[in-house]
Design a protein around this ligand. Sequence first.
Ligand code: SF4
Length: 112
Amino acid sequence: MTSPRSTRAPLRAIIMTSTGQDVRACMNCDSCQDWMAPGMDLTFGEIMRAAARDDPRALKNQTLATCDELLARVRCPSGIDIASVILALVREAESRGRRTIDGGRETGDRRL
Ligand code: SF4
């Protein structure tokens, strides 16, 4: 029997299709390292690089549920629209049964 994960496209492809953003453009410059809100456990750069590797941590982290207030302000020198990517990851996480927002806390993890 095939697992649900193996039938899905890689995260970078899902993000590219839904947003036009290429997470492989992250050059690990850490300019976004200072953009941290309370509760965030990964930086935006760490999430971009995890998504580029199809690492499940791109979907399984507290940052997706806690970074809302930063999304309108964060800027990436590589031109990645971080907000679009984060929102695409939130949608993807939810489509895989992971609830990302519930009073600012991640509460569910049924299939990851
Ligand atoms: S600012 Fe952009 S290029 Fe630099 S680490 Fe963050 S996401 Fe990557």
